[in-house]
Design a protein around this ligand. Structure first.
Ligand code: CMC
Length: 437
């Protein structure tokens, strides 16, 4: 017999179906709750709410497991490329060599952006955050690449996906070059996805960029580990906005805005800024740890804690290993790395952080890796956005194909004033003077 959950409300008994996921996770299906009982649920931050059924990414927050389409993140980071992983997330399976060649070819074909978009860039004030610029540029892509009625919906979608994957990377590199007052470098058909990006960022007419394939690999791994994370804040924003049937560009633009926040994708930037603050205050992390533990202080240690992982974030050791490799290879030392190591050692032994299940997350290590690649700090969230893009696309496509899809429209519990009369304007002045308003 199918499992059911029983709810007793106002003396009446209701039954709700239990849904069991392929890894044994259980959920109470309350989709008919309001209709049958007149009640809604209250769940701030959706901590207990499953917003969709998905077959893309599996996370186990207690065991520290992350898999894309069933494949462990560790294996993808070891053997796969970012383009191959993007194909996996979007299409459901790893590509055959022919499929991969066709997909990579499509990305190469669509890597240029409309020249008029450059004028957009130059109109932004100096110092504008690249995430704000990227979000609006991605929205603007729809205007530059409108739908063509002669194309089938499938052709249009494939084209939009290829454009987004390829052009977001070009736009990100362009924004960096223009912000520095440097000439834009165009993408090259000779280079792969990650090498192309590094070349567009760092090549110079006076000092040609020499591609280091260990650095390219580090970027592949960073982007593979960033590529999806089930219903996180930005992915939920993409699905939420998309549920109103807006186009994919606008939905991705919303995802970029959500990712910008320091509690989400902006954390890698916030981690470096926090480590710099510790360095500038003398290098001792202990006062910062004490502040983070003080309930009356809103300060949090950036790069620690996660909504789902209550153990080590499985992406963190992958990025840490890659960071050590790159720093050794490049023969670099990073003073912030010593501070980070000291901070981590103190935090993982501190009872507050142990009791709260707060462990270093991926952003704690990714900032140091990006610094080693010479990526400027304000570009860190942009780097995360390029990595997260295939996940957003795959999740958006899945939501469009969902037979039970619905407009996302949560409810609320109203606690404002009950019915009251409208006070005419002149009476309000008098009432204000009398202290009655
Ligand atoms: N430093 C100090 N205390 C913390 C921290 C932290 N970084 N994170 C959570 N806590 C405490 C929090 O004060 C609360 O304590 P209490 O129960 O005593 O009031 C408790 O832990 C639970 O916190 P919460 O805010 O209810 O938990 P959450 O699941 O909503 O928060 C989080 C998840 C990621 C927003 C939070 O851990 C945080 O703000 N971390 C710092 C920012 C960060 O590193 N974000 C990147 C996340 S990983 C990248 C990604 O996937 O986006």
């Amino acid at each position: 017999m199918a499992e059911k959950a029983t709810l007793i409300l106002d003396g009446k008994t209701y039954e709700f179906p239990i849904i069991t996921g392929s890894e044994g996770d259980k959920a109470i299906d309350i989709s008919k709750l309001l209709k049958e009982t007149g009640y809604i649920t209250f769940d701030p931050g959706y901590v207990n709410t499953g917003s969709c059924i998905s077959a893309i990414t599996y996370m186990d927050g207690k065991k520290g497991i992350l898999r894309y389409r069933g494949i462990p993140i560790e294996e993808l980071a070891e053997h796969s490329t970012f383009v191959e992983t993007s194909y996996l997330l979007i299409n459901g399976n790893l590509p055959t060599p022919d499929e991969l060649a066709a997909f990579s070819g499509l990305l190469n074909d669509h890597s240029l952006v409309h020249e008029d978009m450059k004028t957009f860039f130059s109109s932004y004030p100096r110092g504008a955050h690249p995430m704000g610029i990227l979000s609006s540029m991605v929205n603007a892509l729809r205007a530059f690449y409108p739908e063509v009625p002669e194309r089938s919906q499938e052709e249009e979608l494939n084209l939009t996906v290829a454009r987004l994957l390829s052009k977001l990377r070009t736009l990100a590199a362009m924004s960096y070059r223009i912000s520095r007052g440097h000439r834009v470098i165009y993408p090259s058909h000779e280079l792969g996805y990650c090498a192309n990006f590094l070349n567009m960022m760092f090549d110079s007419p006076v000092k040609p960029y020499v591609i280091d394939y260990d650095v390219v690999r580090a970027l592949e791994v960073f982007w593979i580990t960033s590529a999806d994370h089930e219903q996180n804040c930005s992915t939920s924003a993409v699905r939420h906005v998309g549920s109103a049937r807006v186009n994919l560009y606008a939905s991705i633009s919303a995802g970029i805005s959500a990712l910008w926040g320091p509690l989400h994708g902006g954390a890698n930037q916030a981690v470096i800024e926090m480590l710099q603050e510790i360095r500038d205050s003398g290098g001792d992390p202990r006062p910062f740890i004490e502040r983070a533990k003080d309930r009356n202080d809103p300060f949090r240690l950036m790069g620690f804690g996660h909504r789902v992982y209550k153990t080590y974030d499985p992406r963190a050791p992958i990025i840490k290993k890659m960071t050590d490799k790159i720093l050794t290879k490049l023969g670099r030392t990073d003073p912030l790395l010593d501070i980070a190591q000291n901070l981590e050692e103190l935090v993982i032994r501190d009872p507050y952080f142990i009791d709260h299940n707060l462990y270093p997350n991926v952003d704690f290590h990714s900032g140091i890796l990006l610094r080693a690649m010479d990526v400027p700090v304000n570009m860190f969230p942009v780097m995360f956005a390029i990595g997260r893009l295939p996940g957003w696309i795959g999740q958006w496509m899945e939501s469009m194909e969902d037979p039970d899809r619905k407009l996302c429209r949560p409810r609320q519990i109203y606690l404002g004033p009950t019915l009251r009369e409208y006070i005419p304007r002149d009476k309000r002045i008098q009432m204000k003077e009398n202290g009655e308003l």
